[in-house]
Design a protein around this ligand. Structure first.
Ligand SMILES: Cc1ncc(C[n+]2csc(CCOP(=O)(O)OP(=O)(O)O)c2C)c(N)n1
Ligand code: SF4
Length: 321
């Protein structure tokens, strides 16, 4: 289909309405079954070819390895802590060129940060906070694989409680692996009152597409946290990525929501959430919670946390159960 281009972008209702054209081509060095790449592929279909991706060091570094690129847009590579600062530089340069008449306004491009959770939740938090504070007109796409994936699955502050990582192995004392909870980046970003903020899943392409379409009508910071199932780090078969992406949402572990100027809406609320065990089981990073004996305490803690989150959502929004 041809994407609507007016400021009134229409939301879609069916998969058939998603653009067939690809703006990220196959054949990259990224792992097969990478959930983050699938989410970015879908996002790129809305962003279109007039895009400059500003990428922090991480797995997606492997996407554009000179002289090869799968992108129809442009690519700028930055350090882990400075992608948002890089985006500011690109945006400023474009604005100056347009103001001086050296770049026609219709040739303007979208400036999109692409970064993993290690950059986003940890190292680049302050540079992103600065860009949000300045109201920079840019996009931020965080593919959240819940670890420093590119360097061997170390714990990041996005790693959930209970997951085993290279730096939080299971031991006699730490029977759950990671004993920290996941940092609530959505709320940290929301406190900055960006123009648009959303979570997305590669297994919910209509929801994802509509969120990008909505953001396209807005000026200012537009932020996305994409759930990014990672077969290589989470230790499951690559063909199961879609299953785990769907189970994360249907168990309630990953909430699909958006915040427009700070006001939060949950965009998909299952009538009844499936037990979290259905999501945890089968992923190697959680195997120790089931074998050789079940860690009932850790499993209960994970379920309780999810239940508490949704009880609060239902209480504050009156959303249907
Ligand atoms: C300051 C700094 N420390 C360490 C590294 C090494 N390094 C390169 S990629 C990477 C992991 C990045 O993790 P994340 O941002 O979560 O992205 P992912 O690898 O999961 O895609 C690390 C630690 C680096 N590039 N810069
Ligand atoms: S390690 Fe995980 S996040 Fe990184 S490219 Fe592979 S599947 Fe994707």
């Amino acid at each position: 289909m041809t994407l609507p281009t007016s400021p009134e972008l229409e939301s879609i209702k069916t998969l058939k309405q998603i653009a067939r054209e690809e703006f990220i081509l196959p054949g990259t060095a990224i792992c097969g079954g990478c959930g983050g790449l699938e989410a970015l592929r879908l996002a790129a279909k809305v962003l279109g070819p007039k895009t400059v991706f500003v990428n922090a060091a991480g797995c997606f570094t492997l996407l554009a390895t000179f002289p090869y690129t799968p992108f129809k847009g442009s690519w700028l590579y930055t350090t882990m802590a400075s992608a948002a600062a890089g985006a500011q530089g690109v945006r400023d340069a474009l604005d100056v060129l347009i103001a001086r008449g050296k770049l026609p306004a219709e040739d303007d491009v979208e400036v999109v940060v692409v970064a993993g959770d290690g950059s986003t939740y940890d190292m680049a938090l302050s540079s992103t906070s600065g860009a949000l504070f300045r109201g920079l007109d840019f996009w931020y796409f965080c593919y959240d694989n819940e670890s420093y994936g590119n360097t061997g699955m170390q714990m990041s502050s996005a790693t959930p409680y209970g997951a085993r990582t290279a730096t939080t192995p299971v031991g006699v004392k730490a029977r759950a692996g990671t004993e920290h909870g996941k940092k609530d980046l959505f709320e940290i970003w929301r406190a900055h009152r960006p123009a648009y903020l959303a979570t997305v899943s590669p297994r919910f392409p209509i929801d994802l597409t509509n969120k990008f379409l909505k953001a396209k009508t807005l000026c200012g910071p537009k932020l996305f946290i994409a759930h990014a199932p990672c077969p290589t780090g989470w230790l499951y078969d690559p063909e199961q990525t879609a299953d785990y992406a769907r189970l994360a949402v249907e168990t309630g572990i990953f909430a699909l929501k958006e915040a427009v100027d700070g006001a939060v809406t949950h965009t998909y609320v299952p009538r009844r959430h499936r037990p979290v065990e259905e999501y945890l089981q089968g992923q190697g990073r959680y195997r120790h919670l089931f074998e050789p004996t079940r860690n009932e305490g850790a499993l209960r803690q994970i379920q309780d946390q999810v239940d508490r989150y949704w009880a609060e959502v239902h209480e504050t929004t009156g959303a249907a159960r």
